[in-house]
Design a protein. Structure first.
Length: 74
């Protein structure tokens, strides 16, 4: 299964499929066999980078897809 990221309204980014999450040094987070996790977008989670639901009632963002402008040529 390809990796799929879903930007949830008023909440996390849900990641599904075949993926690896690493810190900036390249060390992998132990995901315990999970193929679905949610990443915090609000900054309130005590389990960052993973979502713990702390955003409830404290974070608002209506996720609506849009087109980015064309990539700038180097």
């Amino acid at each position: 299964m390809a990796t799929k990221l879903t930007i949830n309204n008023n909440g996390s980014v849900k990641i599904e499929g075949d993926f690896e999450i690493v810190d900036r040094s390249g060390n992998a987070y132990g995901l315990g066999g999970r193929d679905v996790v949610s990443i915090c977008r609000c900054g309130l989670s005590k389990n960052k980078p993973f979502c713990d639901g702390s955003h409830n009632g404290h974070f608002e963002h209506e996720a609506v897809a849009f087109q980015l402008p064309p990539k700038k040529q180097a």
